[in-house]
Design a protein around this ligand. Structure first.
Ligand code: FAD
Length: 388
């Protein structure tokens, strides 16, 4: 028999959860309402996460990072999202932005940028465009070779943490006739001449994470900033999403747990008809369903994280399934948490309405849940079997 705990978190993973939770209790949760109300970047959280090496935990130790595995990274993101989804985008976006580089980049390029990411400079991911949403291969941003350099022109839309991040993985077409096979990936720096940003979008939720357009106006970058091979960018971008959809699932589990925790406490305090509302079976059944679904979403997410770490063949299915299921659960559970609080839940005096608004994005980004279902169906019909 192995001494590894059977189907349970290891002591190391549990310790990571406790460490992140302590930081979130002290430095993330107390500012979450203010960050949302003022739609400002969660500076306190960013600073605390950076000091504890939780801002980009996935960066390997060889590049100066914390070297967290996929499950540990999920635990970090889940715990932050439990306190404030906006702040959880810091480690999530840093992984999303840098994973194409980790997957396809040269050793020199990885050394150049991953160390700076580990030291605290952010990394965003620029795939979406005005006409390239679900149809992500419909890239209009163009990269043209000019001697030893590349020149980029185009507009990216909906870029998370744009302006805050120093580095950007930018997908651009190098051969417009070849569609997805003509797309390449590049590292662009915020300080490169010709890079600029649109006004922050006015959003329903995750108001602490700036979402902006990014413009490239004749941005000239050195030839060695291409990630891996020309024409392989779309492949790196899609492989990245297989892994990072698991981190969106983690955000969803976290916010759902945060809402459930609050609803449980409230239901035991609030009195109606001379007793706590938690004594009414009608409400108990609601709470039971919430707890059951959060736990099912968590188990699927952790199972997907294992596949991400090992690079299993069924990761594509599991990443999509975890993201889709957990985000649908997050929407349902946060909405029901508002219901548990009645009229109070509908106000900003209580955190559950923020959680409900924040949960919605997990059904939309990194591929809408319709797209996740397309991905899952393709995998099933191709006969991909579960590795368990
Ligand atoms: C706050 C926020 C942050 C984001 N951050 C980033 C980021 O950092 N980097 C980045 O690159 N992108 C980012 N995105 C973009 C996000 O991934 C896209 O918004 C998403 O993929 C959907 O694209 P779209 O908005 O163009 O919707 P569309 O593709 O126009 O979809 C509209 C509707 O049509 C449905 N639909 C489309 N095609 C199909 C189909 N084939 N079958 C069934 N239904 C379909 C969709 O599910 C959706 O319901 C972000 C978006 C938001 C809102």
């Amino acid at each position: 028999m192995s001494d590894h705990p059977m189907y349970a978190l290891s002591e190391e993973h549990q310790a990571i959860r406790e460490a992140v939770r302590a930081i979130c209790d002290a430095k993330v949760a107390p500012f979450a309402a203010e960050v949302d109300e003022e739609a400002r970047y969660p500076r306190e959280a960013a600073e605390a996460l950076r000091s504890a090496d939780f801002h980009a935990p996935h960066v390997p130790e060889a590049y100066g990072g914390a070297g967290a595995d996929a499950l540990a990274t999920v635990l970090v993101i889940e715990e932050i999202a439990r306190a404030d989804v906006s702040a959880s985008l810091i480690p999530a976006v840093n992984k999303l932005g840098s994973l194409p580089l980790m997957i396809g980049g040269s050793e020199d390029l990885k050394k150049k940028y991953l160390g700076r990411l580990a030291a605290g400079e952010g990394f965003s991911y620029c795939l979406s465009e005005p006409d390239a949403g679900s149809d992500a291969a419909n890239q209009k941003t163009r990269a043209v070779r000019d001697g030893d350099a590349w020149i980029l022109n185009g507009t990216k839309r909906w870029i998370s943490n744009a302006g805050e991040s120093e580095f950007y993985t930018v997908l651009a077409t190098t051969d417009p006739d070849a569609r997805s096979k003509g797309i390449s990936a590049f590292v662009v720096e915020k300080s490169d001449a010709g890079v600029s940003f649109g006004a922050p979008e006015k959003k329903l939720g995750i108001k602490g994470s700036p979402t902006r357009e990014v413009y490239f106006d004749n941005v000239r970058i050195p030839g060695d900033r291409i990630i891996g091979e020309e024409g392989k960018g779309f492949e790196y971008a899609m492989q990245t999403l297989d892994h990072t959809r698991v981190t969106i699932a983690a955000q969803a589990v976290g916010v759902a747990q945060g809402a459930l925790d609050y609803a449980l406490g409230y239901a035991q305090e609030r009195q109606q008809f001379g007793k706590a509302i938690a004594d009414f079976q009608g409400l108990q059944f609601l709470l039971a369903d919430m707890g059951m679904k959060v736990e099912a979403a968590r188990q699927l997410t952790y199972a997907a994280a294992g596949r991400s770490e090992r690079g299993d063949a069924d990761l594509t299915f599991f990443g999509a399934a975890a993201k889709c299921f957990a985000s649908d659960v997050a929407m349902e559970v946060t909405t029901n948490a508002v219901q548990v609080l009645g009229g109070y839940g509908y106000t900003r005096d209580y955190p559950v309405e923020r959680m409900m608004r924040d949960a919605k994005i997990t059904q939309i980004y990194e591929g809408t849940n319709q797209v996740q279902r397309i991905v899952m169906a393709r995998q099933l019909l191709a006969g991909v079997q579960s590795t368990l």
